[in-house]
Design a protein around this ligand. Structure first.
Ligand code: BG6
Length: 510
């Protein structure tokens, strides 16, 4: 049964997610990985701390390590102590740790999966989990077929009227359209689409969901949210960190596949989509599918895209290596650490409005934002010198850090002349609300346990996103040239600046 999404726009009581998951357990494959330690285990503790997990909630780790239940418990404990958002409380931890189990084995080990099935059964008998189980595949995609087949073989993949089984998968969902289709087929072979929860953790962020609130709960933005008034949109995800320690995942992947294909295109979808008829999961996702289906990359790619790779140098007073000096990357790696693309949403609302998407590592600062930049007023009844410092109006959704919304507009400078200059008006989460925002993974894990699929992209969205990006990736691959080097702490390669100056625009320097 699909429940209604407790839409925070309609239900003010949902502000602090007063939704408690029903009897259930979560199995994590890949418990020794970074994601588990830094995000998943802390999020589970935070949910327990907020009283959102059921009394008998159980967490099962599956890995090759020779661990006992207690050893795994200690790993979870340390991860929680180091990374949880909410304070550590013995009482919460003790309750959670009673339901922690570990199953030792490799993915091709039938006995291990039989033991896993037995553990799921035992936990139902001991703790009343109802057998309801979510399987979190925090593992590389090459392992999906073997793990999903094992789950099917030992009867763990099948939902019944009384018992649910769900699978949670993490990106990368393939590396192009063809491989994404293959991957979807493998997963859907075992789990029906309604039991598949694809994580795009950006959708779990409060500020990303707030794009929907801003647009559809208010009257004043939507009338101007179209090609008549909007000049262009800039979607930026900048990070100041490098890729030390991540070669295994990142080499050959690059910035476009890592974050544009998923996070940034989801931000575009929320920004550009039409109003859904309701916040029922299928209504929201149908609008995203529609807008992604209308989105195309603008050509010629030599002029409308840019890619770069960070060089070594100084950043924030520290000497940092370039990508080619980072451990694990080949000395002639052509993996891009910066990517920018120009897209157009080919529909009546947006025709002719460029959507510029960019992301990079080792940039000036960590910031993610969506900036809707408006056209200039058609006429300015002032001396031309009075408006020299007047830019374009902009509405900026600050996804992180310093979460909030900024409006930029012109204002009279105090004095005897009519001089107009840009000013900003700010809404900051930190000022407007007392409660702190849950981490994205808290929201998403809870939604998995509740069976609320709204915030999880369907396979069609994933495939459409590859369809948008594939031509650009093919163009870059064919060009045979290496990505342009850019200094650490800068705002990316010069070609990215040229990409915008050609049309008389420029990137924001957030
Ligand atoms: C991940 C990417 O999806 O998002 C990483 O694989 C990136 O490369 C990370 O660093 C950023 O997430 P956040 O939530 O810190 O913006």
């Amino acid at each position: 049964m699909t429940r209604r999404w407790n839409n925070p726009l309609r239900d003010p009581r949902d502000k602090r997610l007063p939704r408690i998951a029903g009897p259930s357990s979560l199995v994590i494959f890949g418990v020794t990985g970074d994601l588990s330690r830094k995000k998943l285990m802390p999020a589970i503790y935070d949910l327990a701390h907020r009283g959102l997990l059921p009394a008998g909630f159980s967490l099962i780790g599956f890995a090759r390590r020779e661990w006992e239940h207690q050893d795994f418990g200690e790993q979870v404990h340390d991860a929680v102590a180091e990374h949880a958002r909410t304070p550590f409380r013995e009482a919460v931890w003790n309750r959670l740790s009673e339901g922690i189990r570990f199953v030792q084995g490799s993915f091709d080990d039938d006995d291990a999966f039989d033991r896993l099935a037995q553990t799921v059964k035992d936990l139902d008998a001991e703790r009343g989990t109802g057998g309801n189980t979510a399987f979190y595949l925090s593992i590389p995609p090459w392992a999906f077929p073997v793990v999903t087949k094992q789950l099917a073989r030992c009867g763990l993949a099948e939902s019944t009227d009384d018992v649910w089984r769900r699978v949670v998968i993490e990106k990368p969902f393939g590396h192009d359209l063809a491989s994404a289709k293959e991957l979807n087929a493998i997963v859907n072979d075992v789990f029906p689409e309604e039991s598949v929860f694809r994580i795009d953790h950006y959708l779990g962020k409060e500020t990303v969901q707030n794009i929907l609130a801003l647009r559809f709960a208010n009257q004043m933005f939507e009338p101007i949210w179209n090609a008549n008034y909007v000049d262009h949109v800039q979607i930026t995800m900048a990070e100041d960190i490098g890729l030390g320690g991540r070669a295994g995942y990142y080499e050959g992947i690059g910035a476009a596949r890592d974050v544009i294909q998923n996070h940034l295109l989801q931000l575009l979808a929320f920004t550009a989509m039409e109003e859904p008829v309701s916040f029922e999961p299928n209504a929201l996702r149908a609008e995203k599918v529609k807008v992604l289906g209308a989105t195309k990359p603008v050509r010629p790619f030599d002029e409308t895209t840019a890619r770069g790779q960070y060089a070594g140098g100084w950043q924030g007073g520290k000497k940092v290596p370039g990508l080619l000096q980072e451990a694990g990357f080949p000395k002639d790696s052509t993996t891009e650490t910066y990517a920018a693309v120009t897209l157009e949403v080919q529909n009546r609302r947006w025709a002719g409005v460029p959507f510029y998407l960019r992301s990079g590592k080792r940039l000036g600062r960590r910031v993610t934002e969506v900036a809707v930049v408006f056209k200039r007023a058609p006429h300015l009844p002032f001396d031309s010198t009075s408006t020299e410092e007047l830019g374009q109006n902009a509405l900026v959704i600050r996804v992180q850090p310093d979460e909030g919304v900024t409006m930029r507009f012109g204002s009279k400078v105090p004095g005897t002349t009519m001089e107009v200059r840009d000013v900003t008006m700010d809404f900051g989460y930190g000022h407007a609300f007392t409660e702190s925002s849950p981490e994205a993974y808290e929201r998403l894990i809870l939604d998995v346990l509740l069976g609320e699929p709204s915030l999880f992209p369907v396979n069609e969205e994933v495939e459409l996103s590859w369809r948008i990006l594939d031509p650009v990736l093919e163009h870059w691959a064919k060009s045979g040239s290496a990505p342009e080097q850019y200094p650490p702490g800068s705002w990316g390669p010069g070609s990215a600046d040229e990409m915008l100056t050609r049309s008389g625009r420029h990137w924001r320097r957030p």
